[in-house]
Design a protein around this ligand. Sequence first.
Ligand SMILES: *Cc1c(COP(=O)(O)O)cnc(C)c1O
Length: 385
Amino acid sequence: MKVPLLDLKAQYRTIKEEIDKKLIAVAESQYFILGKEVQELEKTIAEYINCKFAVGVSSGTDALLIALMAVDIKPGDEVIIPTYSFFSTAGVVARLNATPVFTDVDPVTFNMLPSDIEKKITKKTKALIPVHLYGQSAEMDEINAIAKKHNLFVIEDGAQAIGVDYKDGRRAGTLGHIGCFSFFPSKNLGCFGDGGMVTTNDEELYNKLKILRVHGSKPKYYHKIIGGNFRLDEIQAAVLNVKFPHLDKWSEKRRQNANLYTELFIKSGLATKEGLTDYSEKVLLPKPVYKSDKLKNYHIYNQYVIRVKNRDKLRDFLKEKEIGNEVYYPVPFHRQECFTYLNCQDSDYPVSNDASENSIALPIYPELTNEQISFVVDSIKQFLG
Ligand SMILES: *Cc1c(COP(=O)(O)O)cnc(C)c1O
C-alpha cells in the first residue's frame, strides 16, 4: 500500500469545480494585484482568528521579514528564537543584519523553552519569535510575561498554526504584537504557490505593514521608509478564499488521524502514553498539551511527529514500503554552517539536538484513510517490534 507524505491532488479533486471556476474568473478579470480577493481573504482570516487587522503578503517568510521591519529591527539588534524550526525563522533575522539568538525547545512540544529566554536577553535584545511548531501553540503566557518585563516585541511564527487555540481559546496570531502565517501548499491552508499573512491588533503596526508591503510608499512613489514587494497575488487569494470554508473540517480530520495513530501505537505495544521523553519506550508519541473539552483547535497537526532511536534505518525501511516520511528538521540553527559565526555552544541545546536526530514526521494529511494509518503503524511495528 502506497502512503504518500502528502497528497495535494486528493484534496484538489474534492474542490476542483469551485477552484477552476474561480481561477477562470480571475483570468477573465485580468485584475492580479491587491484587489477584492486579497481584501476578502484578509477580512476572513482576521475574523477567523479574532484579530483586528490582517495583511496578505507574498509568503510566510516575507510575513516574518515584514513583521521584523515593522517593529524596526536594525543591524546589531538581537532577536531570540528557538533553534529548532524551519529556516525562515532564523533567516529573516540575519537578513536584516540583526543577530539571531537561540533557545532550546520544550521536550514535549518542541516549542520555544520559556526558561531559556531570560538568560539570552541582553541590552541589544529587541524581539522574540516563538514558533507554534507542528500546529500547537507555544507557551505564550510565559513568553509574553518575559517580553513585557523586558519591553520586547513578540512576533509569532504561526506558519504551521492557522486557527490554533491557546489555553483560553485565544488564537495563534493574536497572542503577540504581530502574527505570521504561511499559505505554502503543505500547510493546513495552502495556495497554489507561495502566500502569507500578517495579523495584528495594533493599528499603527497595521498601517506600517501595509506601507512596507508596497516598497514603503505612501502616497504612491513617495517613500518615508523602505519596504519591498511583499504583495499576495489575487490568484492565490482566490484559491484560498475557495479553500477557507473547508479548513476547520480538514484540521479536524488531521486531528482524528493523529488520534488514530496514537491509539494504534499504544495498541501495538510500541508506546503506552503520549508525551514521554526518555526513550523508555520504542516510540515517543506527541502530546497535545492544551487539549481540553472547551478547545477545538488545541492542535491542528500540520505534522504528526514521533521520535524513535534508529530513525534513519526506520526511514530506509519505510521508503522501501513506499510510506512517505520526513524529518522536520534535521539540522537545528546552532548547527547550521551559515551560523558558525555565532559561536553557539552545542551542549546548550540538548532537546533540539535529540529531536533533530530522532524525530520523524508521518503522513497526516486529511484525505489519508484509516487503512493507510494502520499500515503505517503495522510497518513501524514490523521494524521496531
Ligand atoms: C513554512 C514555514 C515558514 C515559511 O513559510 P513560507 O511560506 O514557505 O515562506 C516559516 N516558519 C515555519 C515554522 C514554517 O513551517
